[in-house]
Design a protein around this ligand. Structure first.
Ligand SMILES: *[C@@H]1O[C@H](CO)[C@@H](O)[C@H](O)[C@H]1NC(C)=O
Ligand SMILES: *[C@@H]1O[C@H](CO)[C@@H](O)[C@H](O)[C@H]1NC(C)=O
Ligand SMILES: *[C@@H]1O[C@H](CO)[C@@H](O)[C@H](O)[C@H]1NC(C)=O
Ligand SMILES: *[C@@H]1O[C@H](CO)[C@@H](O)[C@H](O)[C@H]1NC(C)=O
Length: 342
């Protein structure tokens, strides 16, 4: 084997420096005793409010699911000329698919109000021509596993029973679960719960898993090779698992090592068809590929799309051509599932 080279990221120096600064400050906010400096994290997390007046062809509204536990979602509704003919159809009866999205941030950071996630969901809504439900779940370290999964399931059940909070031209039988990073971990576990929950109206037609955050005790080849590159470091992910997993359990808990020794038996569940995105410069690469392979071994339909030169979270950065490509691939997946899903 040749000596590992430091990966070169296809981002301008200014972007790399600002990511690097934010990661350094974020690490400083995560204390070794398992608490966080929320004041510093809130300062780093640039937020935006919901806006009824459309911006870039999409209007937004925040809807409360459970006031006491602060579960809510931001609803993104496309208002453009195509918005009434969802899923690529031209029928009179309008029927937009719904994408239920879980944001990333290691279970600890960010929310649907974070400017970056507001921007991503707005773009999804406009370019995929879907209604996006971006769920605010409770975060670590204040709340541990399984609170985040429960909150996701609570939001899903709320929508199942309260379809009227969604725009009229929405078809909840064309529902997709989606997420990135820790949000994709959540989307997976919520999908498993949805299989068991017996939902009435919502039907999960597919799962979109963008660079999911999974892990385990083992150090994988990609984790070792890419250590010290932007976004993912073992010290950071170890900290995230430590404050997330139940006290006393290690990273082979099935919340992290989904395909490991404590894996759920998916073969008996009506688990949705899944689209998994991975990046060649993402330290989580091996864990993500194992997830995909495990879905296949369990007899589920899964598709893997690799971006060899992309790092963790690449789609969040402005003007990355690969982000546009990713959206087109999601669009294909949704249209395909909608036309094949009876
Ligand atoms: C952890 O450390 C911070 C800052 O030193 C302190 O304010 C906090 O109370 C500590 N938390 C725990 C759980 O020990
Ligand atoms: C926060 O967002 C606003 C509006 O887009 C922008 O002007 C400002 O520079 C951002 N601040 C930080 C710290 O990123
Ligand atoms: C549906 O909405 C009502 C009114 O907000 C609420 O009381 C009820 O709990 C919701 N259903 C679910 C399953 O969350
Ligand atoms: C985690 O899961 C993988 C399968 O994906 C398995 O090979 C491994 O033994 C598990 N445990 C560790 C220590 O990583």
């Amino acid at each position: 084997m040749s000596a590992p080279k430091k990966p070169k990221l296809p981002f301008p120096l200014k972007t790399r420096l600002s990511i690097s600064l934010i990661m350094t400050l974020t690490d400083a906010a995560c204390r070794s005793n398992g608490s966080v400096n929320r004041r510093l994290l809130n300062f780093l997390d640039n937020k935006t409010s919901a806006k009824a007046t459309p911006i870039n062809g999409v209007s937004t509204k925040d809807i409360t699911v459970d006031a006491e536990s602060k579960i809510w979602f931001r609803l993104f509704t496309p208002t453009g000329i195509n918005a009434s003919a969802g899923g690529g159809s031209n029928t009179e009866t309008t029927s937009l698919p719904v994408v239920i999205f879980f944001h990333g941030g290691g279970f600890t950071f960010m929310s649907p109000a974070s400017l970056s996630y507001d921007t991503i969901c707005r773009r999804f809504s406009r370019e995929l021509n879907v209604v996006v439900v971006s769920v605010n779940y409770r975060r670590t370290p204040e709340y541990r596993y399984p609170t985040q999964y429960e909150d996701g399931e609570t939001a899903l059940k709320f929508l199942d029973e309260n379809k009227s909070v969604l725009p009229e031209n929405v078809d909840v039988s064309k529902c997709f679960l989606a997420g990135d990073s820790a949000g994709a971990n959540l989307a997976h576990h919520v999908a498993v719960r949805a299989c068991k929950a017996g939902l009435q109206r919502i039907r999960v037609a597919g799962l979109i898993s963008m660079q999911p955050f999974f892990g385990g005790e083992e150090r994988t080849e990609a984790e070792i090779r890419l250590e010290g590159s932007l976004m993912i470091s073992m010290a950071r992910t170890d900290w995230m698992w430590k404050v997330f997993l139940p006290e006393g359990s290690n990273r082979d808990h099935n919340a992290a090592n989904v395909s490991g020794p404590n894996a759920e038996d998916l073969s008996r569940l009506d688990y949705p068809d899944t689209l998994v995105f991975v990046g060649g410069l993402d330290g989580l690469y091996d864990w993500q590929k194992r997830y995909y392979e495990w879905l296949k071994i369990s007899g589920k339909k899964a598709q893997l799309i690799e971006y060899p030169n992309m790092m963790h979270g690449f789609y969040a950065f402005p003007n990355v051509p690969e982000a546009s490509q990713l959206i087109l691939q999601i669009k294909d997946f949704i249209n395909n599932r909608v036309s094949n899903f009876i």
